[in-house]
Design a protein. Structure first.
Length: 347
């Protein structure tokens, strides 16, 4: 579908995807061809906050469901798309909007993207729910590239770019935050491998010029609950600003709960992500929100410390980590001293 703007209104009920359309070797449930302006998929009344894993409370809304046969036909070694466009960023720009619809996939072991904006110039997703049919006891076999909502690439227009009031349960990754001027409001990821991933859009079939824009993205009143891993930041090569306000996190009770290993933030590389992550805290003096800088690799004025959990905590001088995270600590057994990485040297 494509060519001109359109609004597709879906009545309450289940819409089964029993086959995927193949274009240029990639699989699409709903394929967005080259078009001008905007295509909007809109349900009637989706209470995304009341939905459950067994679908018991998503009967009275528009539900897009991938059948088991359709899921089995999807490849395991390349991305497929529930809603996606042809893998090219072209003019006139493609814009997509999805509102008040629930999405269901039988499993989350394949790299299927729920709503993909990687090749759009703008997008918005609002009041949607995403779930899968797998038994979510642990993340064994879960594919982190099974992403419920993936944002735009760098350089998108960003005039109407937002994710609002979304709940994701049981996908590999909940939200992939990319592009510029993105507002993420009241969004939660539960029992995923990664709740929130920032950047890392370079491995899509048609490479974009980076994955996060020079302009700030903002998360407001978002949360992660019982995910096996925390938010992760991938490198972009650009200076980025991310503002996080009231990010709520709840983990399981380790070690008996397999979802208890969650941490809040980590970076995949010491030097690849540049910019600021800020958040607001409540002052115990006057109960006012105070902005705190959480990440600044440029001036090293960080209030936030990341740790590479795979790096050795101690060892000889010869075995020191060669690319440690800023402010990592290492006990040098040769020198019998505790060292700290200042961004350039061990001191």
């Amino acid at each position: 579908m494509g060519e001109r703007s359109a609004v597709l209104q879906f009545a309450n009920g289940h819409y089964y995807f029993d086959t995927f359309f193949v274009h240029d070797g990639y699989y699409y449930g709903l394929y967005l061809a080259k078009y001008q302006r905007e295509i909007i998929f809109r349900g009637c009344n989706n209470d995304h906050r009341a939905t459950m894993a067994d679908n018991s409370s998503i009967e009275q809304c528009a539900v897009f469901k991938v059948t088991q046969a359709a899921y089995a036909s999807l490849p395991t070694n390349q991305e497929s798309y529930f809603i996606g466009s042809n893998c090219a960023y072209e003019f006139p720009y493609k814009v997509v909007g999805v509102e008040s619809i629930s999405f269901y996939i039988p499993n989350c072991e394949k790299p299927i993207i729920g709503i993909d904006g990687a090749y759009c110039s703008d997008m918005h997703v609002e009041k949607c729910f995403f779930t899968s049919g797998r038994s979510i006891d642990d993340d064994t076999g879960v594919n982190p590239k099974c992403v419920a909502v993936r944002g735009c690439g760098q350089g998108n227009i960003g005039y109407n770019y937002y994710f609002k009031h979304i709940k994701i349960l049981g996908w590999g990754t909940g939200f992939q935050i990319t592009g510029e001027h993105l507002q993420v409001v009241d969004c939660i990821a539960q029992k995923t491998a990664y709740g929130f991933v920032f950047g890392n859009c370079e491995d899509v079939p048609y490479p974009r010029e980076g994955s996060t824009g020079l302009h700030p993205n903002t998360l407001i009143n978002c949360g992660a609950e019982y995910n096996s891993k925390g938010a992760i930041y991938f490198g972009t090569g650009h200076k980025n600003a991310i503002t996080i306000i009231d990010f709520n996190m709840e983990a399981g009770l380790a070690p008996t709960d397999p979802w208890g290993s969650e941490f809040m933030f980590s970076a995949d590389d010491n030097s690849s992500f540049y910019g600021d992550i800020s958040y607001a805290v409540l002052s115990n003096v006057n109960w006012q929100h105070i902005a705190k800088n959480a990440w600044d690799t440029i001036t090293h004025a960080s209030k936030f410390k990341t740790t590479d959990l795979l790096a050795p905590l101690s060892g000889t001088t010869a075995n020191r980590p060669t690319d440690p995270v800023y402010l990592s600590q290492y006990f040098d057994t040769t020198l019998d001293k505790m060292l700290t990485w200042n961004g350039t040297n061990w001191v």
